[in-house]
Design a protein around this ligand. Structure first.
Ligand code: ADP
Length: 301
């Protein structure tokens, strides 16, 4: 394509214009949004509609090994059929000789990890606000038979109007595949559940464990299992032993304890999480102002 051939970006080998060979749609590549395990993510504009997206660009040269190519293909295969208000939208995907392109919904306020970094801790009403949306997205994924396997703050993206979108299905799997691949810990999930450490495989309940780690981290600013050396950390995970966050409400502490139950079958379902007193007896804001990205929001009750 003439545009791309003539307008090579300085410093890297990517063209400023990207054409979808299937539809002929021409996109203009914008600023770098971040770097991932296999490639980079850029802002992208459809030149005919002006609509803005995020594009994940994976160089073909980075995935020459069959294993890494399979991971990228699986991410596309799982993500491209999904459509939910709280899951990052998957617009299109295509490939050329140099790269694989995944065109995604643009989340301009980055992720919950960025917010936590600026804020240190979040308030309980905010955590209810974010968790309700995360649970809605996760319920949908689980209904589709998909285990995310890497739920963490940096995979919860935020749109301009502070809506949460679960993203990065790079480690996700279908339930039946998880069964067949029991014992295989692929990639490096952030929050390892006891059964994952024990190589018993990753189940829907392992996502619930990760949700407990997310809730703990958002409310305290620290991960529940941050201890080194690794063997000691694994022991704490197996026993569900973590520093008690005394400054939290009894409801928050109780819910964290249930989510971080060492036995997967003892953990609540997503429906039960929403029925817990942490949600039923506490206020959840309908909306969050964007200033909540860097300072404690004041809720007018
Ligand atoms: P990895 O999966 O290896 O963590 P990604 O390629 O998914 O990395 O993302 C790399 C970075 O690009 C993220 O940390 C984030 O800052 C940014 N990013 C990814 N997806 C989006 C999106 N949909 N909207 C805005 N930024 C995004």
């Amino acid at each position: 394509m003439e545009h791309s051939a003539s307008r090579r970006a300085q410093g890297d080998n990517l063209s400023y214009f990207i054409e979808d060979p299937g539809t002929g749609t021409l996109y203009r590549r914008g600023q770098l949004l971040g770097k991932g395990a296999f490639g980079r993510c850029y802002k992208l504009t459809d030149t005919s509609t002006g609509k803005v997206y995020a594009v994940k660009i994976v160089p073909q040269a980075r995935i020459t090994r069959l294993e890494s190519r399979g991971k990228v293909e699986r991410e596309i295969e799982l993500h491209c059929h999904l459509s939910h208000r709280h899951v990052v939208g998957f617009h299109r995907h295509f490939a050329d000789r140099d790269n694989i392109y995944m065109i995604l919904e643009y989340c301009s306020r980055k992720s919950l990890a960025h917010i936590l970094k600026a804020r240190k801790t979040l308030t309980e009403p905010e955590v209810r606000y974010y968790l309700r949306q995360i649970i809605a997205g996760l319920r949908y994924l689980h209904q589709q038979g998909i285990i995310h396997r890497d739920l963490k703050l940096s995979n919860f993206f935020l749109t301009k109007n502070m809506q949460v979108k679960i993203g990065d299905l790079g480690l996700a799997t279908r339930d039946e595949q998880a069964g067949r691949r029991r014992g295989v810990v692929c990639g490096t999930p952030n929050y390892l559940a006891p059964e994952v450490i024990a190589k018993k495989g990753h189940s829907f309940q392992s996502d619930i464990w990760a949700l407990g780690c997310v809730m703990y981290t958002a409310l305290t600013g620290c991960s529940p299992f941050e201890i080194t050396p690794k063997q000691e950390m694994y022991q704490c995970i197996r026993e569900g032993r973590y520093p008690t966050p005394n400054h939290l409400s009894p409801g928050a502490r109780d819910l964290i304890g249930r989510l971080l139950a060492p036995s997967p079958s003892a953990r609540p379902s997503l429906e039960e999480v929403l029925e817990h007193e942490f949600f039923s007896q506490g206020f959840t804001p309908d909306k969050l102002p964007s200033r909540a990205c860097h300072s404690v929001p004041i809720f007018a009750l």
